[in-house]
Design a protein around this ligand. Sequence first.
Ligand SMILES: Cc1cc2nc3c(=O)[nH]c(=O)nc-3n(C[C@H](O)[C@H](O)[C@H](O)COP(=O)(O)O)c2cc1C
Length: 270
Amino acid sequence: MPTIATIEKRVSVRTYRPEAPSKDVLNEFMSRLSAINDPFDVPVTFHLLDAEASHVSSPVIVGATTYLAAKAPRRLGMEEAFGYAFEQAVLEATDMGLSTVWLAATIDRPAFEHAIDLGPNEVMPAVSPLGYAADKRSLREIAMRRGMKSDERLPFGSLFFAGDFDHPLSENEAGIWKTPLEMVRKAPSATNKQPWRAVVQDGCVHFFEQKTRGYAKDGVDIQKVDLGIALCHFEIAATETGCTGSLIREDAGITAPEGCEYIATWKRQG
Ligand SMILES: Cc1cc2nc3c(=O)[nH]c(=O)nc-3n(C[C@H](O)[C@H](O)[C@H](O)COP(=O)(O)O)c2cc1C
């Protein structure tokens, strides 16, 4: 099971050693994926791809021999479900000493879609290489991380709020939610835009998506995938810090800023 320590350890890797993970390692990884839970009731199915045999590649990846791809049926909640499930896979890989990077844009998309036999009513929002990190990042990877400020995150108080969007939440006031929200902050997101916002109110944490123009394409909103990732991190950390609860969709009617959409709520039990 991924833990807070796994979330802290995860980092995007685009430069790999040439050796492929062994069959045993990949079998163990796939057996872990079969235990992944799905609070959104949208099934996500995983496919391991040999890069050479399947002719799949990414212009930003050096050295990877194996990729993980996944697909979900095209329906309401598909992006959040995909983000939630695929991030669990990313964290399971991290736990096993394997490296990953979410790739949505910089891939040979037709090749991946062909390799997993994607149907017209299915989506494949992202894929990831799966392998062992090289000792040094490629120059391109160094430049990409610098360009996206990948080692930085927005301040706690500009992402999270108390009661409504007019009152920024400080780490000191966050109480039991501090660690779960910190783990949301550490989540990966497309071009590191960090679209997650959360409002803490009466034993509930309401999650919202602060949309960036142009990030919803071909009927898939990649920032909803980011929200699914954030919810995955939040739930792992809430559970580990002894806070029981569950994810529900029940819009509390909080007035949100322009371009900010309600996604889901974590409701504490007991
Ligand atoms: C949904 C999603 C899509 C992404 N797509 C790409 C991509 O197409 N190419 C890429 O190089 N990185 C991609 N990334 C990786 C982000 O750039 C990275 O997560 C972010 O810069 C933060 O860095 P970190 O993951 O090392 O914390 C994506 C991340 C997410 C969550």
